[in-house]
Design a protein around this ligand. Structure first.
Ligand SMILES: *[C@@H]1O[C@H](CO)[C@@H](O)[C@H](O)[C@H]1NC(C)=O
Ligand SMILES: *[C@@H]1O[C@H](CO)[C@@H](O)[C@H](O)[C@H]1NC(C)=O
Ligand SMILES: *[C@@H]1O[C@H](CO)[C@@H](O)[C@H](O)[C@H]1NC(C)=O
Length: 619
């Protein structure tokens, strides 16, 4: 009797103890179980002969739901079968007119349109990887990215004609075949492709055309702005492409979902998580030529959107629109993405209704992932002790001033304490591999950190500073070194500094990002030293910046300094500049601000400063 009593009394005590000490235990276990099951599925797919890859999953969906809408695009609806046939036509057209062979890379320079997707699938059918060029890049950056992929063919959107013509002489010299995805070409040396696609057969493409493709074959090249210099082409293998759908699966996307992808398809989020994820589930995609905040909810209602992908900025833009009566009138149930901050997260849910947010952390080329499967506001994910066993990672103590990990007397790195900000590094293993970048091996080596905890060990250096709290929730803090994020894009400071330095009155430029209240990320700012006897010419600088840099990378503020301070290792010092920000109340040096209307950098006054703080300026 008394034993029974004790047991009965004990149960609530146990329950209470678990609540206090392991409040997330079941959710952690459950998530781990699902993640492990998915990993097993991917491993089995790769073991099959021939391996069952992304394209095979697409074929599967075409066979079970041919008439289901795959892509909604403005007034167009493309079913799974439509896209299958269209990609056959692309494959046959390229087979006929280009010199492509299995394994050759094709670069695409296209906007967010169905053609991006059927081109990708068509290329997969003939065993060709695709390099996804960012349609904002131009000139030197363009050539750098294109060459890194060693693409033999370029397929460009006709609306990007000017950018293509700018680099055409060099591409032609290098023997590249260039096509516009249109019915005719206004440019000598560039062929039209759409007419050839439309005239081509839509019969299935034989599997022999891709017979050499394995899990290790490159499937995609996706560009990331690294810590230094020009963008790098991350190599995405077929195996990695296969596993990238784990994000949509684990976040609970199903066949019945309609996913709105407002992110650019040239990034891994839009293509590998969005499109690839929808193919895995047989779900539908909504695309739009150009993202529009004012059309966002109308689009959601029009296409019955249930899931959308985001970056933190998107929530800000949506929250900044005027309130409407029908703000909660939609069937969106899930938002999938990263970079959402606590304040906007709450404001968003209060205003637009009970939409679950599935925040995650993953780098295109990285080997560490976090998932916030609990829905903890503000956190990028959870440090699940079981997941950590399969993909070991650490947050290590980091010296922000010196821009390097702190090492102890024996030369090893040290774990950051709970609640302390540290650099995320993830052990490179067979299961958590880091393939690296195409073209330049030294870039790949630079991302590896050696002798971290033991002599000879090897870690991937994420370049991200994170913090883990006592409960195991992980929070994003900052990026290290020479990049910052603005409008969802990484900006490499050295690349911007090169462009600013092209102006003949500038001796040296130091580029960094500064925080603007109510905005995600950091906006570009440059501190410049003028050449002896020269004066600052805002119009000249403006012209250079507009010509060579995409809008997110253009420095918005300029500070004139007599000297550019360097660190002990002759790196430009940025810490204090970043702290000063762009406030004319703090900075005594001359300050200028980019003015798109006047097409110049004009002196920054208190009035302009206040307009920015009052959220009235367009940044
Ligand atoms: C959205 O749902 C409504 C009501 O169920 C339906 O009538 C309409 O056809 C759907 N729209 C699309 C694009 O599927
Ligand atoms: C919000 O939605 C989730 C599932 O999507 C549900 O479990 C929860 O009860 C809902 N909360 C409110 C306040 O409606
Ligand atoms: C240095 O750090 C490593 C790994 O964190 C640790 O094993 C070692 O004991 C430390 N050595 C000293 C001298 O503190």
């Amino acid at each position: 009797m008394s034993a029974m009593k004790t047991a009965l009394l004990g149960l609530p005590v146990l329950w209470l103890l678990r609540r206090i000490f392991f409040p997330y235990l079941w959710k952690d276990l459950h998530f781990f179980y699902r993640a492990a099951r998915y990993t097993k599925y991917v491993e089995d797919s790769l073991k099959r002969i021939p391996p069952f890859l992304m394209l095979d999953m697409f074929y599967h969906q075409v066979s079970v739901r041919p008439e289901k809408p795959f892509i909604f695009y403005h007034d167009e609806t493309h079913t799974y079968k439509d896209i299958d046939l269209k990609s056959n036509q692309l494959a046959w057209a390229l087979k006929k007119y280009s010199n492509l062979e299995q394994g050759d890379c094709v670069a695409v320079f296209l906007g967010n349109e169905p053609a991006f997707i059927w081109t990708w699938l068509g290329l997969a059918k003939i065993g060709c990887p695709m390099a996804c060029l960012n349609y904002n890049i131009r000139a030197k950056s363009f050539l750098h990215c294109f060459r890194a992929s060693r693409a033999k063919v370029l397929i460009a959107g006709p609306e990007l004609k000017d950018a293509v013509e700018e680099v055409l002489p060099i591409l032609t010299e290098e023997g590249v075949q260039v096509y516009y995805l249109s019915r005719e070409s206004p440019t000598g040396g560039v062929e039209s492709l759409l007419d050839k696609v439309e005239a081509a057969s839509d019969q299935p493409v034989p599997a022999s055309y891709r017979s050499e493709v394995t899990g290790e074959s490159p499937a995609l090249y996706i560009y990331t702005s690294g810590t230094t210099g020009l963008p790098k082409a991350a190599i995405i293998s077929q195996a990695r492409l296969l596993i990238s759908s784990s994000l949509s699966t684990l976040s609970g996307v199903t066949t019945d979902d309609v996913m709105y992808i407002p992110l650019p398809l040239y990034h891994s989020a839009g293509l590998m998580i969005g499109v690839r994820g929808c193919i895995q589930q047989g779900a539908s995609i909504v695309l739009r030529k150009k993202f529009s905040v004012s059309h966002f909810w109308d689009d959601c209602r029009r296409y019955n959107v249930t899931v959308f992908q985001y970056i933190g900025e998107l929530f800000r833009y949506l929250c900044n629109t005027p309130k409407k009566d029908n703000d909660k009138d939609h069937c969106v149930r899930l938002a999938l993405g990263n970079g959402l901050r606590t304040d906007v997260w709450k404001e968003f849910q209060e205003r637009f209704g009970n939409i679950s947010v599935f925040e995650f952390y993953a780098a295109t080329e990285g080997n560490a992932v976090f998932f916030n499967y609990i829905g903890k506001v503000g956190s990028i994910g959870r440090s699940n002790f079981l997941l950590k066993l399969s993909r070991p990672y650490h947050l290590i103590k980091y010296d922000v001033e010196k821009e390097e990990p702190i090492r102890n007397n024996s030369g090893h790195c040290m774990d950051a304490a709970k609640g302390e900000t540290g650099l995320l590094v993830a052990k490179i293993t067979e299961k958590a591999e880091f393939i690296g970048y195409a073209g330049d091996q030294s870039q790949t080596e630079k991302k590896k950190l050696k002798d971290v905890f033991q002599k000879g060990d090897l870690y991937f250096n994420s370049g991200d500073l994170l913090m883990e709290d006592k409960e195991g929730f992980v929070y994003f803090q900052d990026r290290v070194g020479d990049t910052f994020r603005w409008k969802g894009e990484n900006v490499a400071t050295t690349e911007v500094a090169d462009v600013v330095g092209m102006s003949d009155f500038i001796e040296e430029a130091n580029v960094y990002g500064v925080v603007v209240p109510f905005h995600e990320g950091r906006i570009g700012m440059v501190s410049v030293k003028l050449k002896e006897g020269q004066h600052f010419d805002g119009e000249k600088l403006y012209t250079k910046v507009i010509e060579y840099l995409p809008n997110y990378a253009r420095p918005h503020f300029v500070r004139i300094q007599d000297d550019i301070e360097v660190t002990g290792t002759f790196k430009q010092r940025k810490v204090d500049l970043v702290k000063d920000g762009f406030s004319p109340l703090i900075i005594r040096d001359p300050l200028y601000v980019l003015d798109e209307k006047e097409k110049t950098y004009k002196p920054m006054d208190l009035n302009t400063y206040n307009t920015i703080l009052d959220r009235k300026a367009k940044l």
